[in-house]
Design a protein around this ligand. Structure first.
Ligand code: UDP
Length: 238
């Protein structure tokens, strides 16, 4: 389970909820700024960084459709929510002097760049943080799938999934004292045991492309950089 290799390029996936702090909804600028600091600290050591941010703090397609909205319309609204989060993160990173590009799967040229794979690769080579927005651009997917897709396209060495807990557990550690954290777990185990790492299509795509997923706690200050150097606790899905 040793992940202490020197990473050249990684993708950080966070949920939209990671940006809302203690609020029940939306964006909490100090929290966004704190995560931007985490990203900067890794950027400072020369690692090329891709980011995918969810949209659940603003809108989730499934919830919208549960309330009677047409599913695909609700999903497009969810994708738009991820663009707002990406712009907030861009603003926070640039306030720290980190050059970034927001790259959307759905073109909206006045707001951000459209996704062109070769162009995104070039940005990374120039050490710009690339924030991939609007998910995959397709309804019925999640930003976890988008993260796996972009990480594969950008040839990232791993996905780092920052969550509220420090890895993957056999049951919810916030509800069960005897929950056990896995050091390492295979993609197939995640699928078979329905471990809540990412949705099944994201896990299957990661498996088929042999893309490791490192699940760690983003709440710990310095956690992202620490985990990249092999410090702290995490679960390796691979
Ligand atoms: N979404 C989508 N296609 C994608 C990515 C996202 O339709 O490729 C929509 C979907 O409705 C989803 C919402 O965007 O519920 C927000 O993304 P997600 O739920 O993955 O956000 P997170 O849970 O990571 O905050």
């Amino acid at each position: 389970t040793d992940i202490r290799v020197t990473y050249k390029r990684v993708l950080l996936k966070i949920s939209g909820e990671a940006l809302m702090g203690d609020q029940g909804y939306g964006l909490h600028p100090p929290t966004v700024a704190r995560i931007a600091e985490e990203v900067k600290s890794v950027h400072d050591i020369g690692v090329e960084i891709c980011m995918v941010i969810g949209g659940g703090n603003i809108f989730r397609g499934l919830q919208g459709s549960a309330q009677g909205m047409e599913r695909t319309t609700a999903d497009y609204m969810g994708m738009l929510a991820t663009v707002m989060n990406a712009l907030a993160m861009q603003s926070a990173l640039e306030a720290l002097g980190v050059h970034t590009r927001v790259i959307s799967a759905i073109p909206m040229d006045q707001v951000c760049e459209p996704y062109i794979r070769r162009r995104a690769v070039r940005h990374l080579e120039k050490k710009r943080v690339c924030i991939f927005a609007a998910g995959t651009g397709n309804p019925y997917f999640t930003t976890d799938t988008a993260a796996t897709l972009r990480a594969s396209e950008m040839a990232c060495e791993a996905i780092f999934k920052g969550t509220k807990v420090d890895g993957v557990y056999d049951k919810d550690p916030k509800k069960h004292d005897d929950a056990k954290r896995y050091d390492k777990v295979t993609y197939d185990e995640v699928l078979q045991k329905h471990l809540g790492v990412m949705d099944a299509s994201a896990i299957a795509l990661a498996r088929d492309n042999r893309l490791p997923i490192v699940v760690f706690a983003l709440d710990e200050p310095g956690g992202f950089r620490g985990i990249l150097s092999g410090d702290g606790t995490y679960t390796l899905v691979g």
